[in-house]
Design a binder for this molecule. Structure first.
Ligand code: G3P
Length: 217
């Protein structure tokens, strides 16, 4: 499973990138707002840093507007994936931009039917939002499994990009289901390293080592 980082914070991306953990980046209007940066400037910095796809989201609500904004965002760098919402207008824009040879990420997906439409429209990525379904007491992970089954039934090449990931557990569950990509905030990716037994075991090793009086260097 590929790891994308869901943030527009360049320092946080750089830190994970140095460890080889970053296969791509996703941003959205809320993340740009949180960064306090200009969308084109910050997106360019991220694209220069990361080799994989960097999603930049359009904000127009009509297809023509999305297409124009998508073309403008695509000028930022070769690795831009244009993000459009899963509306009828977004599907139209997806189809046009895909036919121009651009990467398109269809976002705000909350149902298997929406994912099926995005695949038919030729999306490079479909972004089902797990956490926001969980917020409504629905099973976000079930949606990932349903989309996996449907795409595999027909050999759709659209990549399942699990989004709105809120916990380390979401990451391993997405990997078990077979999501192609999971995008998560940097804090969630770092949390994947945590285990109480690791901390406890390391503590015991350190105490025993100290009692030997030895050094390695
Ligand atoms: O990738 C989509 C993500 O940014 C949404 O996450 O936590 O706002 O639902 P969240």
């Amino acid at each position: 499973m590929k790891f994308f980082v869901d943030t527009a914070e360049v320092d946080a991306i750089a830190e994970l990138n140095e460890l080889g953990m970053v296969d791509g980046v996703t941003t959205n209007p809320s993340l740009i707002m949180k960064s306090g940066r200009d969308i084109k400037e910050v997106t360019k910095e991220i694209c220069d840093l990361v080799d994989g796809p960097v999603s930049a989201e359009t904000v127009a609500l009509d297809a023509e507007g999305m297409i124009a904004e998508g073309r403008e965002l695509a000028k930022i760098a070769e690795n831009i994936a244009i993000k459009v919402p899963l509306t009828w207008a977004g599907l139209k824009a997806c189809n046009v931009l895909t036919n121009e040879g651009r990467m398109v990420n269809v976002t705000l997906c909350f149902s298997a039917n929406q994912a099926l439409l995005a695949a038919k429209a030729g999306a490079t990525f479909i972004s089902p939002f797990i956490g926001r379904l969980d917020d409504l007491n629905l099973e976000g992970l079930d949606l990932i499994a349903d989309i996996r089954e449907i795409y595999d039934n027909y050999g759709f090449e659209t990549n399942i990009l699990a989004a709105s990931i809120r916990s380390a557990n979401h990451m391993s569950e997405c990997a078990k289901i077979g999501a192609d990509v999971a995008t998560a905030p940097p804090g969630v990716i770092k949390k994947m390293a945590d285990h109480v037994l690791t901390d406890k075991g390391l503590d015991a090793f350190m105490k025993d080592w100290a009692s030997t009086g030895q050094t390695i260097l």
